[in-house]
Write a protein of this length. Structure first.
Length: 317
């Protein structure tokens, strides 16, 4: 009886072992299936990661827009070929204030007058139009060279007036020579009535002033005197006077300026003409009737920045 029980137990144990051996691979396969169900495939992982990755911001920088200048009239042309780069009200006739002095200088130099000859400020050289002041008192004597330098560099009105008065034939002959020179340069919309620019009847256009700047640029002394940052003169009485350039850009290292002249009277507003090289391109810049104290300088800087951002762009004309 005992032997039968033991035989039955052995048979049950053997059956259980066989069942375990048969079922084990099935559980392993199920385990693999659970792993596969639990972890996505590589492609699905990449797809999912791409789906939830934050979008990358792509910033596209637009080209610098055409500058909005504060000057009522403006013109920028290529010095070499005359092509127009920027234009605004180029044929509007307007007072030009001390831009006039570029013409004054050309007429003086064309006359081949001795530059070392002393010229004295006379009461006739005083400003009876705008009543501006000057450190050159009546009786002050300076070489014509220094009078020319001060007229161009510091826009000294008495210096310019004395240059015109000391011209052969006097002031009237000088004004006539200024207007002849304007015709010679093709400045058909320009008229001069005095050598200083204090009169609002000295008028021109941005287009004509490009021609005047181009003409003045041919004179080495005009290029030198208009771009000198500061200069000290000594009168015949032994008095030393320090003068500065009326255009602060000439001492700005980011600018390459070959000629410069500023101008201001209330009728003309703030004016500026320059020859400068911007982005390796020599240009002439004319800015007329800027309504704010610093807007002509701001406009010049806006033009420079715009040209530098469009180095390879095509000209307008």
């Amino acid at each position: 009886m005992e032997l039968k029980r033991n035989a039955w137990r052995i048979a049950v144990c053997a059956t259980s072992v066989m069942a375990l051996l048969v079922l084990a691979p099935v559980h392993a396969a199920d385990g693999k299936k659970r792993v596969q169900a639990k972890y996505s495939s590589k492609s699905s992982v990449k797809k999912s990661a791409h789906k939830h990755r934050p979008a990358r911001r792509v910033v596209v920088q637009a080209p610098e827009a055409i500058p909005e200048l504060k000057s009522a009239a403006a013109l920028v042309v290529d010095l070499d070929d005359g092509r127009m780069i920027y234009a605004k009200n180029t044929q509007s006739i307007a007072p030009i204030a001390s831009i006039t002095k570029l013409m004054t200088a050309m007429v003086v130099l064309d006359a081949n007058l001795p530059l070392e000859e002393t010229i004295y400020v006379d009461s006739a050289d005083l400003d009876f139009v705008k009543h501006t002041n000057s450190r050159l008192g009546v009786g002050t004597g300076l070489p014509r060279r220094d009078m020319l330098r001060l007229a161009l560099m510091s826009s000294e009105n008495r210096a310019a007036a004395s240059l015109g008065r000391a011209y052969p034939g006097g002031g009237e002959a000088f004004i006539a020579a200024m207007n002849r020179k304007a015709v010679e340069l093709g400045m058909w919309n320009t008229r001069f009535v005095d050598p200083t620019g204090l009169s609002s009847e000295n008028v021109s256009t941005a287009g004509d002033l490009v021609k005047m700047v181009r003409g003045a640029y041919q004179y080495p002394l005009i290029r030198e005197f208009t771009t000198t940052p500061a200069h000290e003169v000594e009168t015949v009485a032994g008095r030393s006077l320090q003068f500065r350039n009326s255009n602060g850009l000439v001492k700005n290292s980011t600018w390459e300026i070959g000629l410069s002249k500023t101008g201001y009277i209330s009728e003309a507003g703030r004016c500026l003409v320059m020859q400068a090289t911007i982005a390796a391109r020599p240009v002439i810049i004319v800015l007329l009737d800027s309504w704010g104290k610093n807007t002509r300088i701001g406009d010049a800087n806006r033009i420079k920045k715009w040209m530098e951002s469009h180095t390879g762009r095509k000209p307008l004309g």
